[in-house]
Design a protein around this ligand. Structure first.
Ligand code: URA
Length: 257
């Protein structure tokens, strides 16, 4: 069943720079789906077949979902795009996002947040659902809430077509999505604006992902609020049952409290 609510004469499309393109509907039954994947926009293959993720990016994504026994085009998935139409000019994307946002929200609201994980793939999808968020997509990566939905934000899979060396990150995303959101020991929150300076005065030793036992420990300097927020998000990923010890050393000698 397709619950894409855009009709040919939708007034929301009137100001859209891509309004003359063919609209590719979402695929799957959103009321039964365990995962809603929100991509960027249909590509050439999707426009020909009128279905999301049937081109090269979809093939790559399926190869990773194969590892966790999930079928992208099976009944567990609802596939949709932040933009219903093919992107013709990149600078026009923000305007198209503004026109398509309500359509995306309306579709998602058809789902049951108790049984559905929302997966936001790439910056265009993130800008659609989290319009106040700025910065690169990797700074947004990880779990969060949107209303009652558990949401996982990740880089767009096409990123890995051009950066195959980074593919372990996609494998990690896919296994986190399959596992679902873990119980939290947090939530930890940043409650004050710590005056992080130009000087690198916060050093943290942590694995890139706190619950992956095989990851290599490394030192990360948290010298910007973006990085500190990322660290807090990672802390919130540690499962309740974890017996891992998290330790960090906060250097305060240059902090004026
Ligand atoms: N195909 C889609 O349908 N969406 C994307 O974001 C990429 C490829």
């Amino acid at each position: 069943m397709n619950t894409n609510s855009v009709s040919v004469s939708d007034p929301r499309c009137e100001k859209c720079p891509f309004r003359n393109q063919k609209r590719v509907p979402s695929s799957g039954d959103i009321r039964k789906a365990k995962y809603i994947l929100v991509g960027e926009a249909p590509g050439r293959n999707e426009v020909v077949k009128m279905e999301p993720f049937v081109g090269e990016t979809g093939t790559l994504l399926q190869a990773f979902f194969d590892r966790v026994d999930l079928d992208l085009h099976g009944e567990d998935f609802y596939l949709m795009n932040a933009l219903s139409c093919q992107v013709r000019r990149k600078p026009s994307i923000p305007q198209a996002v503004a026109c398509c946002r309500q359509r995306v929200i309306n579709e998602i609201l058809e789902a049951d947040p108790r049984q559905t994980t929302l997966v936001v793939m790439g910056k265009v999808a993130r800008d659609t659902l989290f319009p106040k968020e700025t910065g690169g997509i990797l700074g947004s990566r990880g779990w969060r809430k949107l209303g009652k939905f558990n949401v996982y934000v990740m880089a767009h899979p096409s990123y890995y077509l051009y950066n195959p060396d980074e593919a372990p990150m996609l494998a990690k995303d896919v296994s986190r999505i399959k596992r679902g959101r873990l119980p939290q020991i947090g939530p930890f929150e940043l409650t004050t604006d710590v005056p992080l300076g130009p000087s690198e005065f916060i050093t943290v030793k942590l694995p890139p992902y706190a619950y992956d036992r095989d990851s290599t420990y490394r030192a990360t300097i948290l010298d910007t609020h973006e990085k500190l927020k990322w660290f807090i998000r990672e802390l919130n990923e540690v499962p309740l049952s974890s017996r891992d010890l998290i330790s960090f050393d906060l250097e305060t000698d240059q902090v004026d409290f």
